[in-house]
Structure formats: structure tokens, C-alpha cells
Design a protein around this ligand. Structure first.
Ligand SMILES: Nc1nc2c(ncn2[C@@H]2O[C@H](COP(=O)(O)OP(=O)(O)OP(=O)(O)O)[C@@H](O)[C@H]2O)c(=O)[nH]1
Ligand SMILES: [Mg+2]
Ligand SMILES: [Zn+2]
Length: 305
């Protein structure tokens, strides 16, 4: 019965834009699926769906008949009293975390939070450091060295000069990458050089920073000519840490792994216990102090900003 299978690129006001082998089509939810919809995340960006022809107001129209099982999700907390997940993007392979080396200065606390969100969702994080031309690549590399030491892959780019673009292209082609980034880091500029012809609007940095919000309004999947998609989800900042089990938090800081077995207590939270190997390593400089501080703030709930 399904005549076409495709990937949801955009979901807005009950209309879904779907990329299919026959081009991009618009579809609505079939009546039955619509009635099942409770949380607004029955069909989200990134979903693979089967389409059928149904009768719409203007005659024949595409309707979404079935949603394929999701292999991964990024969810945020739904508004309301009871904690409930609202899926914002489905079928993500990796989280592409973009910061600028300068202008705006990287907010490392936010980077650490994005990394924990990715780790908790079991999605591979990839860090992109753009605008390395501003203060030079060595300065950028020094700033992000703790992340490379922790085992994360960091790609250094300068969108204006086209530096690092091949490495970025290799890392995102053929995969679904969810973007996590503050405003004004050069996301649109980078994607425009990764894929000439995309024509994303580039904003003046001062304007973006002053407004304090993203220029991109709704979640959307950007198809790459080389295969794969980039999911630009302005809501990723709101994904937050609500779903992260604090007992597990130390596992989401990979460079802690070699240390925690040496803590005196197996239940060590690495905050106040005597004989804590993690704190000792932070004190001696073996562990990056800023990373440890991020951990401590998340544990103590001091991380809201
Ligand atoms: N020096 C330098 N400036 C850059 C680079 N990439 C982007 N910019 C500038 O940074 C500003 C913001 O670039 P955008 O590409 O619009 O950034 P964005 O992350 O898409 O911004 P929003 O969508 O507003 O959040 C623009 O003035 C760009 O010209 C870079 O590699 N080096
Ligand atoms: Mg932009
Ligand atoms: Zn400890």
C-alpha cells in the first residue's frame, strides 16, 4: 500500500515536508495517526515515513501512513508538571557541536553540557571550532586541547578561508548530524562552504549576539548532496540535562574513566569524599580544572545560565 517512503525535513503547523526518491513532497498526517498524536512528536524531523495518496481539500494529497521505528532520538522536556520527553529530532547519528574559537568567545560550560547530552543519548559528539583565523589556529588548538585529550574529535575550521572544510565534509557526509551551537559561531557560513549553493543567510555577528537567539526558527533537516543530513534544531539548548541520571554523570566525562576506580569509596560522587582520585587529579592539574568544575556544577545543580 505505501507508495512512497521518505525522510521528514520540516514539520510545521501540521504540514510535513518530506524528501522522497521522487523529490520533496508535502504531506499531512493520516486521520488515525493524528488522533493518536498526544505530545506533538508522533512525527518529527528525521523520521522515515511511508506515504499514501489520500483525499485532501484540494483533491488527492500525500498523507503519512506509517512512521518507521526510530534508531535514536534527541528529546527535550515537554512543558507541563509531569516530566515527559518530547522528541525534537529522530534518527540522529552524531551531534555536531560548533563553537567559535573567538568572536564570540567559546562558552566552555555550554560545550561541556552539550557533550553530556550527547553522551547520555549515546550519540557520538564531534566538536567543530570555527573562526580559527581570528586569533590563529595554535591558540584555538590550545584552548580545545583538553577535549582532544579526553578523546573527542575536534575539527578546526575557518569558514571564510575554507580551512578545514574537507575534514568537516568527510565527517558529516552520509550521516545525520544534529547541530548544537550558540548563535553567531558561523554555522551558516560553514554549511555554505561545505555545500556551495545552499545559500543560507549569514548574519552580522553583533546582530546575532544582541538578539541572543538563533536566526533559525524551527527544527529542520538540511539534505547534503554528498548524502546525509544536518539537523538544525534550535531547541537543542533546551534539551538540557533533565534526563541525565546524576549517578551516571561521571561516565559522561570520558577522561574520568581511568580515575574513578581509584576513588576510596565505590559510591564516590567526586564532590566531597576523602580519597577521591578525580578531585586529586583536578588539584594536581592532571585533569582539566574547567572540565572538573563543569562536572561539579552539574552535580550540584549550579549549571543554569
Ligand atoms: N573571522 C571569521 N568570521 C566568520 C567565520 N565564519 C563566519 N564568520 C562571520 O561570523 C558571523 C556570523 O556568521 P553566520 O554564518 O551567520 O553564523 P551562524 O552561526 O549561522 O549565526 P546565526 O544563524 O545567527 O546563529 C558573520 O559575520 C560571518 O561572516 C570565520 O571562519 N572567520
Ligand atoms: Mg545562521
Ligand atoms: Zn571520587
Amino acid at each position: 500500500m505505501p507508495t512512497l517512503t521518505g525522510t521528514v525535513l520540516l514539520a510545521q503547523g501540521g504540514v510535513y515536508e518530506i524528501e522522497t526518491p521522487e523529490g520533496t513532497v508535502e504531506a499531512s498526517l493520516r486521520g488515525r495517526l493524528k488522533r493518536e498524536e498526544r505530545t506533538g512528536d508522533k512525527v518529527v524531523v528525521g523520521d522515515v515515513v511511508d506515504l499514501g495518496r489520500g483525499s485532501g481539500s484540494g483533491g488527492e494529497a500525500w498523507t503519512i501512513e506509517r512512521v518507521h521505528d526510530r534508531r535514536s532520538v534527541l528529546a527535550r522536556r515537554a512543558p507541563g508538571k509531569a516530566p515527559r520527553a518530547k522528541v525534537i529530532v529522530a534518527n540522529v547519528d552524531q551531534v555536531l557541536i560548533v563553537f567559535a574559537a573567538a568572536r564570540p568567545d567559546p562558552h566552555l560550560r555550554m560545550l561541556d553540557r552539550f557533550l553530556v547530552i550527547a553522551e547520555a543519548a549515546e550519540l557520538r559528539p564531534l566538536i567543530v571550532v570555527n573562526k580559527t583565523d581570528v586569533e590563529g589556529e595554535p591558540a584555538a588548538r590550545a584552548l580545545f586541547a583538553p577535549y582532544e585529550r579526553a578523546g573527542y574529535r575536534v575539527i578546526y575550521t575557518a569558514a571564510r578561508q575554507g580551512v578545514g572544510v574537507d575534514a568537516l565534509r568527510d565527517a558529516i557526509c552520509g550521516r545525520v548530524s544534529a547541530l548544537a551551537r550558540p548563535s553567531g559561531v558561523g554555522k551558516s557560513s560553514l554549511l555554505n562552504v561545505v555545500q556551495p549553493g545552499l545559500g543560507l543567510r549569514v548574519s552580522a555577528v553583533s546582530e546575532a549576539v544582541n538578539k541572543g537567539r538563533h536566526t533559525t526558527v524551527s527544527a529542520q533537516l538540511i539534505p547534503l548532496e554528498c548524502g546525509g543530513y544536518v539537523a538544525d534544531t534550535p531547541g537543542l539548548r533546551e534539551v538540557g540535562l533533565w534526563e541525565v541520571d546524576l549517578d551516571q554523570l561521571h561516565f559522561y566525562f570520558p577522561e574520568f574513566a581511568a580515575l574513578i576506580d581509584d576513588c576510596r569509596f565505590s559510591s564516590c560522587t567526586h564532590i566531597h569524599e576523602p580519597g577521591c582520585a578525580v578531585r586529586a587529579a583536578a588539584d594536581s592539574g592532571e585533569l582539566n580544572a574547567s572540565r572538573y568544575d563543569s562536572y561539579r556544577r552539574m552535580m550540584l545543580g549550579e549549571d543554569e545560565d
